[in-house]
Design a protein around this ligand. Structure first.
Ligand SMILES: NC(=O)c1ccc[n+]([C@@H]2O[C@H](COP(=O)([O-])OP(=O)(O)OC[C@H]3O[C@@H](n4cnc5c(N)ncnc54)[C@H](O)[C@@H]3O)[C@@H](O)[C@H]2O)c1
Length: 299
């Protein structure tokens, strides 16, 4: 019998059903790729305006060898009734969801930027005051509240995955099934850089606590809830390498001396979603090449 310690067993998501929000771009697409290439059935969820069908076609091509597959579903995750419809639609096709990756997110910077480490008081105040209240509301709706309603809406399907009878007294939870993985950010873990990310960072700090609150609430069913806190990763939100990127002076200061990439992000999700991570619950895992060790006060 093959040892359970072989990496292909330990990190297996073969046959898992996964839902990935924001799955047609950036980190969500990297995560969907990692899951599909390893044999999972993945629903990518995104705004109707996103390139969902294009991404579905690419992912289905990637899944040919492993048997992984993809379907796309439009949903604005800032809308509770759309989340309810999404969960109802997936419930009509699936008896369980093994992995919910609640990943969609936005960042809304103050329209008037400034160097927060050096700007005189009046300039700092003008920049911070330019932040729009509607931007705070949408940031929290997508970056925090959506994780809550998605987790609650999918709870019965996640619980069914955790309870899945695998024979010989083993349940889905023994393989890691029945987990919510929220994409937070290392911005929740540091306080000061030369740019103002206050609405974004506070929404992510709220997410970190939400991970613990929901993990505790769902613990009776062993539906695990974990968060990942990435550093810089190339995406639409953070076009690393593009001229004028507001973080460009910081990339070299990450101890890893590079941005994160799809191996870093997909690898972390495969760990947390599989047998390897089945004993990990209620934590946030920072995947930032060491950035938060040095981030405070960076110019
Ligand atoms: N890129 C980075 O450096 C970085 C670092 C830390 C954390 N993150 C987090 O990673 C996650 C993914 O962001 P990304 O960097 O890949 O950016 P991205 O802009 O490339 O992708 C975000 C995705 O979320 C979708 N989305 C936005 N609002 C939505 C809504 N209301 N309903 C449904 N989908 C919606 C977008 O359409 C898009 O597909 C976010 O939570 C972000 O905060 C990114």
């Amino acid at each position: 019998m093959m040892s359970s310690l072989y990496s292909q067993n330990l990190f297996s998501v073969n046959g898992f059903v996964a839902v990935v929000t924001g799955g047609s771009s950036g980190l969500g697409f990297m995560i969907a790729k990692g899951l599909v290439l390893n044999g999972a059935k993945v629903y990518i969820v995104d705004l109707p305006s996103a390139a969902i069908e294009e991404r579905v076609a690419a992912l289905n091509e990637l899944g040919r060898e492993s048997g992984g597959s993809t379907q796309g579903l439009p949903c604005d995750v800032s809308n509770k009734s759309e989340i309810a419809s999404l969960a109802a639609s997936i419930s009509s096709q699936e008896t369980r969801v093994d992995v919910l990756v609640s990943n969609a997110g936005i960042r809304r910077d103050p329209p008037i930027p400034c160097d927060v480490l050096k700007a005189p008081l009046s300039e700092l105040q003008a920049s911070m005051w330019s932040s729009q209240d509607s931007h705070w509301a949408s940031t929290f709706a997508i970056n925090t509240t959506a994780h809550y309603f998605l987790s609650v809406a999918f709870l019965p399907l996640l619980e069914a995955a955790s309870r899945l009878d695998l024979g010989n007294g083993r349940q889905g939870r023994s393989e890691g099934r029945g987990v919510v993985i929220m994409t937070s950010s290392c911005a929740s873990m540091h306080n000061v850089t030369n740019v103002d990310l206050t609405s974004y960072a506070t929404s992510k700090a709220a997410t970190d606590h939400l991970v613990k609150l929901l993990a505790a609430k769902f613990s009776r069913f062993y539906v695990r809830v974990v968060g990942i806190n990435p550093g810089f990763v190339p995406s639409n939100m953070n076009p690393v390498g593009q001229e004028g990127n507001m973080f460009s002076s910081l990339f070299d200061r990450v101890p890893a001396k590079r941005a994160g990439n799809e191996e870093d992000i997909a690898g972390t999700v495969l760990y947390l979603a599989s047998r390897a991570g089945a004993y990990v619950d209620g934590i946030n895992l920072c995947v930032d090449g060491g950035r938060i060790l040095l981030a405070n006060g960076q110019e």
